[in-house]
Write a protein that binds this ligand. Structure first.
Ligand code: ME8
Length: 564
C-alpha cells in the first residue's frame, strides 16, 4: 500500500498556518475560555502555565466519500471551516484545520468492482480530485487525511481494541435492513412498508451476518447528561433538540464490524472482519493528529477538537455514535458539533413535470453546481463569498447561478470593489498616492473598529453569516461616508485641505480594517488590496483605525472585474 501519510505530510508543511501573529488582546480572551470538555473529569480552570499561550483551536470538516466527484456541497463545509480557521489564526490562536477523504466501505468496493478496478486503485484515482479542490478553493487546511493512510489504520485498530478491552464490544448476528448508499443500517420504522431507504428512495438490502457490536445502549444516560450539561455541544439549537430526542427515544447497540466484504480496516482480534466504515471514518479526527507532522504527535496539543463542522445528513453519527465511542475509549469529547443545512438547487422533477423541485444538491439528482467551473470564471473568492453570504449557516438554502451573478456584481464588485477602487484613486488624485497622516474621524473609527470584537463573538458561535453581514455593514458605512463627505467638493477648496486629509486617512484606514476582517472570506482579494496599501499584516490586534499607519500606496486593478 503506498504511503499516503508521507504525501499528506508534504502538503501539511506546505500549507502550514502562520503561527506567529501577535495577539495580546485575544490571548487575554483565550484564557477566559475553557477549551476542553472532558466528560470524565470536572471542569477545572486552566492551569496557570497556559495563561500566556495562545489557545489551541482544532477544526474539522467531514471526510468525503471518494466514489463521487466533489461538488459545491463539499466545498461549502470546507470553506466554512476555512473561514473559522483563518479568523482564529488572525487572533493569534494555535490552529489546526483538518479535512480529507473517507475511502473504505461497501460503496467503494462495489464502485471499484463495477469499473474493473481494485478498491485501492479506485481511491487512488479519486482522492486527488478532493485534495486538488483545496488549493483551488484557497483553503488553508493543515493536513489532508486519507483513511487508507497506514498510520490512520493502525490508530483505528488501537482505539477500537481499547474500546473492546473496556468491555463495550460483543459478538453477535446482525439481521436487518441496510442501505449500501448510506453505508448505514436502518430500523424497521425507517424501512417503512416499502423497504426503501428514506434518504435515497432505493431498495434496502436484508442483511444477516456475523458482526461485532458496540454497546451503544449503555451510553444513553451519559449522553443525556452530556447534552444537559453542555447545551452547546450540538449547534444550532434545533439540531441539538433533534440529536437529544434521538438519544432519549432509546439507543440500540450498533454493528462495529462487517464480515461480508474485506475493504476496510481489519479487526485486529478477528481478521475475518473489517471495522464498519463509520467507526473507521469518525476516528480520523483523532488519528490525524498523531501523524500529520513527521516525528511529532499533536494529539495533546489539539485534542479535543473545538469544532466538528458537518452537514445535517450525518448528525446521528457525530452527535450520538461519536461521543459514545469517545466515552467508551476514555477520550475527551469535542466542544462543539456544528450542523449546517443543505444547499438546495432546482432539479427536474422525476415525473417529467415542468416545474422544477428544490432538492439537496447531489450527484445522483443531477443538480450540482460545479465549484471548479465557478472558480474558473469568477475566482475562488467569489465562490467563497457567495456560499457564506447567500445561505444562512445552519439553515437549508437555495443556490443558483442567477443569484450568484447578482451578488457578484452588486456586493463584491459594487460595494467592496468600488470602495477599494475609489479610495485608492482619490488618494492618488488628491494626494499624489500618499495617505495623509491625519487623525481618522473618531465617530467613524468607533463604528468601524467595533467590527473586530463583534465578528469574533459571532465566530466563536460559528455564526458565519452574521459575521460576514457585520463586516459588510462597515463596507456600506464607508461607502456612505464617501457620499457624506464628498471629497471631490473638499478638494476644490484649499482652505479645507485639513478636512480632506482627514477624510482620505479615514477612508484608507477604514478600508484597511474591513479588508483585514474580511480576509477569512475573500483571502486573495484582501491580500491584493492590502499589498496595494502597503500594509499586508492580517492580525486583528492591528485592525483599528490608526493615524499614520499608511503612507505611499500603489495603484489598484479592479478586485472583482466583470467576468469574461
Ligand atoms: O457523509 N449541502 O461523506 P459525503 C451542504 N464520508 N453540504 C453538503 C451537501 C449539500 N447539498 N452535500 C454534501 C460522508 N455536503 C461521510 C462523512 S465524516 C467522519 C464521514 C457536505 O461525501 C456536508 O458536510 O457524503 C455533508 O455532511 C458531507 O458533505 C457529506 O459528504
Amino acid at each position: 500500500m503506498p504511503n499516503r501519510g508521507a504525501r499528506g505530510r508534504a502538503r501539511a508543511q506546505a500549507g502550514a498556518s502562520p503561527s506567529s501573529i501577535a495577539g495580546g488582546f485575544w490571548r487575554r480572551e483565550a484564557v477566559l475560555k475553557f477549551r476542553s470538555y472532558s466528560f470524565a473529569s470536572p471542569k477545572d480552570p486552566p492551569p496557570a502555565s497556559t495563561l500566556l499561550r495562545p489557545m489551541s483551536f482544532y477544526i474539522t470538516t467531514p471526510i468525503y466519500y471518494v466514489n463521487a466527484a466533489p461538488h459545491l456541497g463539499h466545498a461549502y463545509s470546507t470553506i466554512a471551516c476555512d473561514v473559522m480557521a483563518r479568523h482564529m489564526r488572525q487572533r493569534g490562536e494555535d490552529v489546526f484545520f483538518l479535512t480529507g477523504t473517507d475511502e473504505h466501505g461497501e460503496p467503494v468496493a462495489l464502485a471499484a468492482e463495477r469499473e474493473g478496478l481494485t478498491p485501492q486503485e479506485l481511491v487512488d484515482r479519486n482522492a486527488p480530485r478532493f485534495e486538488d479542490l483545496m488549493p483551488r478553493l484557497n483553503v488553508s487546511n493543515d493536513f489532508f487525511i486519507r483513511t487508507t493512510d497506514p498510520e490512520h489504520q493502525a490508530k483505528v485498530q488501537e482505539v477500537l481494541a481499547r474500546i473492546r478491552d473496556n468491555g463495550h464490544v460483543y459478538e453477535g448476528v446482525y439481521e436487518g435492513w441496510y442501505c449500501p448508499r448510506c453505508a448505514d443500517f436502518k430500523t424497521d420504522a425507517e424501512a417503512g412498508d416499502d423497504n426503501l431507504c428514506p434518504i435515497h428512495r432505493t431498495p434496502l438490502i436484508r442483511e444477516k451476518e456475523d458482526n461485532y457490536f458496540f454497546r451503544l445502549s449503555a451510553f444513553q444516560d451519559e449522553l443525556l447528561r452530556l447534552f444537559d450539561e453542555q447545551p452547546d455541544f450540538v449547534m444550532p439549537r434545533h439540531r441539538y433538540n433533534e440529536a437529544r430526542s434521538f438519544i432519549a427515544s432509546g439507543l440500540q447497540d450498533i454493528s462495529l464490524s462487517r464480515s461480508t466484504f474485506t475493504w476496510g480496516v481489519p479487526v485486529p482480534w478477528d481478521p475475518k472482519h473489517v471495522f464498519y466504515v463509520w467507526f473507521d471514518a469518525l476516528l480520523n479526527y483523532y488519528t490525524a493528529l498523531s501523524y500529520a507532522r513527521p516525528g511529532e504527535d499533536l494529539t495533546d496539543r489539539f485534542w479535543p477538537a473545538q469544532y466538528h463542522v458537518i452537514g445535517k445528513d450525518i448528525l446521528k453519527f457525530h452527535t450520538v455514535f461519536w461521543p459514545a465511542m469517545l466515552l467508551a475509549a476514555g477520550l475527551p469529547l469535542p466542544q462543539h458539533v456544528f450542523v449546517h443545512g443543505f444547499l438546495l438547487m432546482a432539479a427536474p422533477k422525476a415525473d417529467g413535470d415542468d416545474a422544477p423541485e428544490l432538492m439537496k444538491m447531489s450527484k445522483s439528482m443531477g443538480n450540482v453546481l460545479d465549484p471548479f467551473a465557478i472558480i474558473d470564471e469568477f475566482g475562488a473568492d467569489a465562490l467563497r463569498y457567495y456560499c457564506m453570504r447567500d445561505v444562512s449557516f445552519g439553515q437549508d438554502g437555495e443556490v443558483s447561478t442567477a443569484r450568484f451573478a447578482v451578488l457578484y456584481s452588486s456586493e463584491l464588485a459594487n460595494d467592496f470593489g468600488n470602495l477599494a477602487s475609489r479610495t485608492v484613486a482619490m488618494v492618488h488624485r488628491y494626494r499624489g498616492g500618499v495617505v495623509p497622516a491625519a487623525e481618522p474621524d473618531p465617530a467613524l473609527a468607533a463604528e468601524i473598529d467595533s467590527v473586530v470584537s463583534e465578528i469574533s463573538g459571532l465566530l466563536d458561535r460559528a455564526d458565519l453569516t452574521a459575521a460576514l453581514e457585520a463586516a459588510w455593514l462597515r463596507v456600506r458605512r464607508l461607502n456612505r461616508y464617501v457620499e457624506e463627505q464628498a471629497p471631490w467638493v473638499l478638494a476644490k477648496d484649499e482652505a479645507r485641505a485639513g478636512e480632506l486629509d482627514r477624510v482620505l486617512a479615514s477612508l484608507a484606514e477604514g478600508l484597511r480594517v474591513v479588508a483585514v476582517v474580511l480576509h477569512p472570506w475573500i483571502p486573495a482579494s484582501v491580500e491584493k488590496l492590502l499589498a496595494t496599501l502597503g500594509a499586508p499584516e492580517l492580525d486583528l490586534d492591528g485592525a483599528r483605525l490608526t493615524a499614520g499607519r499608511l503612507a505611499a500606496i500603489d495603484k489598484l486593478e479592479p478586485l472583482f472585474p466583470k467576468p469574461k
